[in-house]
Design a protein around this ligand. Structure first.
Ligand code: FES
Length: 742
């Protein structure tokens, strides 16, 4: 028995370890493996840090311990791994006292620092399992979720020459989702975001810092103007230098946002909205990580802005209607419209009328409607919110007869409109207001996606079922493909019935995170939650969550392979065993098949034979269930099953034989009992072979067993007919076989 002195714990005697060469010992909840090498004894955690395989079963050679599962190699002395994906194995200092081995179990590393280090390695080498383990471990050690977010942000902005991309956007989205998620889903959200960053940066050239101007005498206004000029001519480097200089000169966050947004809306709907969305996400990231990271983060969006596609160059914004021309005309009137509405700002009541116009078919009227709203006192935020809602309605009413890829078209408009709205709340300006007009034109261009419009679920008089059950049904619903309208209507029923929107959003978030990452779906959910929050308490608020649920349903289920990686990390963290050790168990093995199946199939034809086989298997499974047998394999008409009770196995074989006779099918069954090796779903061993050979000896409609089986049920009242001694092909010796009468 182990005894403890402070952190030192006695685990074995030196003699025991030397005699065994390697010894597994338990101490204070740790499972250790002790190796005797020369005159030294080494103590290591017995769980391989990769996926938990017991290291006492590894190979030790020349001081390197190799795990047998995926062959990770470790230095026995330090525990350091030569395979980064595996992590270092923990070693424990050993003291020898009076022939006894004492191990120091005191924690030797700061677990948070260790997990931060591992997270960086996971990002650098793009190893999702390492990322998952690091996130789970760090949050469990009490780390603030902002810390792994910060590490991912810092990594992402430097390790991709093109700067801010989808990976960082996903990271920003999931960070924003965290407060809305159930606690158990939060590490999973960060795992997705951080893995997306690693994926986005993998194989990319790095980005290097641009220096500020040598002296910072230039005014923020001048830097803003230069920045826009550099973006205009697609000079990313010059533009980055303006941003760095502005930050070093102490330009405040709102002015910096204004500078980026102004250039981001100097051209129409850059990169189908991604540019402005990425800019908004970068600003939101700084709110979380701290504005001390402003230089690397804000410069990371510059190249994207400089190189973005401009919709002035696209056919759909020029023909058959010159939408850009309409917008440029409206922009000339913007300052005057803002001036005219100045005195009445905040008192605007024209939202419903404007919405009708926005969802209509006249782009000129749309631009005019926006200008009129400003003249009537609408604020920038009023218009941003109205546009984001109009764009959400395009998704809520998206008809499933559209092409599948059109979901993305509606999504781009919505996330862009949301970004403009968030931007206007942060740094309102006449320049960024142009983004509202762009969003309005994009909503107009998306109008055919609502022809015919999908029915928007509204409150009705039907009784609402139990709300908890309704909510629980949502993930199950999204286990099936294309439950778009069903998901939308479930969400509407839940909210209209008085359901808690926070629980709904947590469920939607959890349902999103169990799927493989989809950039647009994550964006859709995040933007919808933002908009819901701003519309909270209005009838419109439910529509944005309906839109979110419909978009998610259209893109679920996925393979969920990424969730499997996360699940492995989660199970390892909980100390679960992931490997299946072969187990030897005593079992009765049944083999059964259909007599003359080939001839029968030829006789009745393929279709009838397939029906007969289905009925046959149904009988087999029903009897296996009744007699507690475990089906191991069913190939064609042959079935292998094992039982932990021999009498039940015999009765089951008899029941199947009799049961399938009404189908016009005759079977033959063979049974033998003994120790088999069970590994997961597989069973092997000589007992299995013998049972197969016994079946081969059985006559049609009979159950044939070995004497072992007969002896095991002595006293059970089962009767046997002695069939005499037989040779079994490939099995040594003679075998006395018995038949069980029906
Ligand atoms: S290498 Fe040890 S469990 Fe994978």
């Amino acid at each position: 028995m182990s005894t403890s002195t402070e952190a030192l714990v006695r685990v074995a005697s030196v003699a025991e370890v030397r005699a065994a060469g390697r010894l597994v010992a338990q101490a204070d909840g740790h499972v250790l493996v002790l190796f005797a090498v020369g005159d030294r004894i080494h103590a290591l955690d017995n769980r391989c840090p990769h996926m938990g395989f017991p290291l006492h079963r590894g190979t030790l050679q020349d001081g390197i311990l190799t795990c047998h599962w995926h062959h990770a190699r470790f230095d026995l002395e330090s525990g350091g791994t030569f395979d980064r994906w595996a992590d270092d194995v923990r070693t424990f200092p050993v003291q020898i006292r009076d022939g006894e081995v004492w191990v120091d179990l005191a924690p030797r590393v700061d677990p948070r620092a260790h997990q931060r280090e591992r997270l960086r390695e996971g990002l650098e080498y793009e190893i999702p399992l390492v990322i998952a383990k690091a996130v789970i471990g760090s949050l469990d050690a009490g780390e603030d979720p902002s810390e792994p977010f910060r590490i991912g942000l810092d990594f992402g902005v430097w390790h991709r020459r093109d700067g801010w991309g989808r990976g960082l956007t996903i990271l920003g989205c999931v960070r924003n989702l965290l407060p809305r998620l159930n606690p158990e889903d939060r590490p999973r959200a960060l795992y997705h975001g951080l893995s997306a960053v690693a994926e986005d940066c993998a194989g990319q050239p790095p980005r290097f810092a641009v220096r500020p101007l040598p002296t910072l005498a230039v005014t923020p206004a001048m830097l803003r103007q230069w920045y826009r000029q550099f973006i205009e001519v697609r000079d990313a480097e010059g533009a980055e230098r303006c941003v760095v200089s502005a930050i070093r000169a102490g330009t405040d966050p709102q002015q910096l946002a204004d500078m980026l947004f102004a250039a981001g809306t100097d051209h129409r709907y850059l990169d189908i909205g991604h540019t402005l969305d990425f800019t908004n996400k970068a600003l939101e990231a700084l709110d979380v990580a701290g504005w001390t990271s402003a230089e690397p983060v804000l410069t990371s969006v510059v190249r994207g802005c400089a190189t973005a596609d401009r919709m002035e160059e696209s056919n759909s914004w020029r023909h058959p209607v010159d939408l850009v021309g309409i917008l440029e005309n409206a922009f000339e009137k913007l300052p005057a419209a803002l001036d005219a509405g100045h005195a009445q700002r905040g008192g605007w009541a024209g939202r419903d009328i404007l919405l009708d116009t926005l969802l209509g078919e006249d782009p000129q009227a749309i631009a005019q409607g926006l200008l009129d709203a400003l003249r009537e006192g609408a604020t920038e935020e009023d218009l941003g919110g109205t546009l984001a809602y109009a764009a959400a309605l395009r998704i809520a009413r998206f008809h499933t007869s559209n092409e599948f890829s059109d979901w993305d078209t509606a999504l781009h408009t919505f996330t862009f409109a949301n970004a403009v709205h968030q931007g206007l709340r942060r740094a309102p300006s006449a320049e960024l207001l142009r983004g509202v007009f762009d969003a309005a034109i994009s909503v107009y261009l998306d109008r055919f996606l609502n022809v015919p419009p999908a029915h928007l679920p509204e409150p009705d008089d039907e009784p609402i079922e139990e709300l908890d059950a309704l909510l629980a049904a949502l993930p199950r619903l999204l286990d099936r493909q294309q439950q778009v309208n069903e998901a939308g209507s479930l969400v509407a029923r839940y909210l209209n019935g008085g359901g808690d929107p926070e629980r709904l959003m947590a469920t939607l978030g959890g349902t999103l995170l169990r799927e493989d990452r989809n950039f647009h779906t994550i964006q859709a959910i995040e933007a919808a939650f933002h908009q819901f929050n701003l519309l909270r308490g209005t009838p419109e608020s439910s529509h944005v969550l309906v839109a979110a649920a419909r978009y998610l349903a259209a893109h679920a289920p996925t393979m969920r392979a990424e969730g499997q990686t996360y699940q492995i990390a989660h199970r390892l963290h909980r100390g679960e065993r992931l490997y299946a050790e072969p187990e030897r168990v005593l079992a009765t093995v049944l083999f059964i098949d259909v007599v003359g199946s080939t001839a029968r199939a030829a006789e009745v034809g393929d279709q009838r034979w397939a029906e007969l086989l289905r009925s046959y298997r149904a009988v087999v499974r029903a009897e296996l269930a009744r007699y507690q047998g475990r089906e191991i394999e069913a190939a064609g008409d042959a079935v292998l099953a094992i039982f932990d009770g021999t009498a039940r196995a015999i009765r089951c074989a008899r029941a199947i034989t009799n049961g399938v006779r009404r189908l016009g099918i005759e079977t033959r069954a063979g049974l033998h009992a003994g120790e088999v090796e069970v590994e997961g779903d597989r069973v092997s061993g000589i007992v299995v072979h013998i049972a197969a050979r016994v079946m081969a000896q059985a006559k049609p409609g009979t159950v044939c067993v070995t004497s072992t089986v007969k002896d095991l049920v002595a006293g059970s009242a089962i009767v046997f007919d002695d069939w005499g001694v037989h040779m079994l092909k490939g099995v040594p010796g003679e075998w006395r076989l018995f038949a069980v009468p029906g």
